[in-house]
Design a protein around this ligand. Structure first.
Ligand code: UD1
Length: 367
């Protein structure tokens, strides 16, 4: 007779795949949780998808993370080229490292490549931030989410809606509703959100709007990008708009000769996590198409105008906190902001990373 415990490992080797800005933030809290245990070895692989100093390295410093053991330096190209090159390189290193588990985060090309490489080698995959879906279905992130969820062994979902979505798609085994690890990061870093950046930029508290904008469907088409920026300028006539610009959008603005739309805004290079959060806390509200930032503005007690036809974080819209908007309606929707109903605790208690690591320990080490 075999006791269940005999099937457990004495030591657990995990490979975590990251590559883009939001994944560095998520990996930070998981990494700190793993470091509490001597029987867990985590190898971090950076695909290289985000590579500018202020899109990558600064996050490792700000969030006190260890440097990745591997950096694949895969950047640019088409989605197929990027994903394909990652798949080849990740497969090689998984064959060498032979991990017990691969962890992937969110919805980027790095997530897709990491999960596919592991699945093809029969290595269990844990997807953190599973079960999110949104329109337009054509956006690359949506393909990455759906495929990753369907090849994952363990699915950690930040919302109850996420668990229901997975069930509707026939995924019921090893689905864990944990709360959102982005909230863990927010809670654990809160004391570092100082007002230095407000003073440095010369802003008046509660008298500016904080914006991010980078989705391909918003910025890669000139007419849509121009419509967004023109509406933002209307808002800027009433309240200062501070824009933390993404390299993709910066490139498109130059390519389409739309620089004039930025001249009256306060445009900042991509900010470290703590500075973005410090600004969010002191802002009036947020304008964004970022999956992460639409929640972080909520964590900061602010509403967000979300320039998307749909969102994976629909709870915030259902609660009347965030508002989805088409480009041409940005200004009129801005006029509708202001809610007395600011429900708290939608994304858990800030202990999602502990719950995730507990599940992994129980599964592989028996506790
Ligand atoms: C990616 C993710 C998206 C996530 C976002 C966070 C995919 C399909 N999308 O989008 O889910 O919300 O990251 O930022 O994986 N660039 C630089 N320097 C950098 C990074 C990018 O110059 O450090 C430029 C490159 O020209 C690149 C372009 O920005 O082609 C777009 O970057 P890319 O990695 O394709 O995706 P994001 O738009 O950042």
């Amino acid at each position: 007779m075999i006791f269940k415990n005999e099937q457990y490992r004495k030591h657990l080797k995990i490979v975590s795949i990251i590559g883009a800005r939001p994944q560095f933030v998520k990996e930070a809290v998981i990494q700190h949780e793993f470091k509490k245990y001597s029987d867990i070895q985590e190898i971090v692989v950076h695909t290289g998808q985000h590579y500018d100093e202020n899109m990558s390295e600064i996050f490792f410093e700000t969030l006190s993370m260890s440097q990745p053991q591997y950096n694949l330096s895969i950047q640019g190209g088409t989605h197929g080229q990027m994903t394909g090159m990652m798949l080849v390189e990740i497969e090689k290193l998984l064959i060498d490292e032979k991990p017990d588990l691969v962890i992937v985060y969110g919805d980027t090309n790095s997530t897709l490549a990491g999960s596919l490489a592991a699945k093809k080698l029969n290595i269990p995959v844990a997807h953190i931030e599973a079960g999110l879906r949104q329109e337009p279905k054509s956006m690359p992130e949506e393909t990455n989410r759906v495929v990753t969820d369907h090849v994952s062994t363990y699915l950690f979902t930040p919302t109850e809606n996420g668990a229901k979505t997975l069930e509707n798609e026939g995924i019921v085994d090893n689905v864990y509703f944990t709360g959102d690890i982005m909230y863990d990061v927010f809670v654990s870093m809160k004391k570092k959100f100082t007002t230095d950046i407000i003073e440095k930029v010369g802003l008046e508290k509660n008298n500016f709007v904080l914006m991010t904008l980078h989705r391909d469907f918003n910025v890669d088409e000139k007419a849509r990008l121009e419509s967004i920026l023109s509406q933002i300028n209307k808002i800027n006539e009433e309240v200062k708009v501070v824009y933390s610009i993404h390299p993709r959008t910066k490139a498109r603005v130059q390519e389409y000769n739309l620089e004039a739309y930025l001249k009256d805004l306060i445009v900042l290079e991509p900010l470290p996590y703590t500075d973005l959060m410090a600004l969010a806390r002191e802002s009036k509200f947020a304008i964004t198409d970022s999956g992460g930032f639409q929640k972080e503005s909520y964590f900061s007690g602010k509403q967000a105008l979300v320039i998307m036809p749909d969102t994976g974080w629909i709870e915030l819209v259902d609660e009347g906190i965030n508002l989805l908007t088409e480009p041409e309606d940005i200004y009129s929707n801005y006029l509708k902001l202001g809610t007395s109903n600011f429900k708290e605790g939608i994304y858990g208690n800030g202990d999602a990373s502990r719950i995730i690591v507990d599940v992994i320990r129980k599964e592989f080490l028996g506790g």
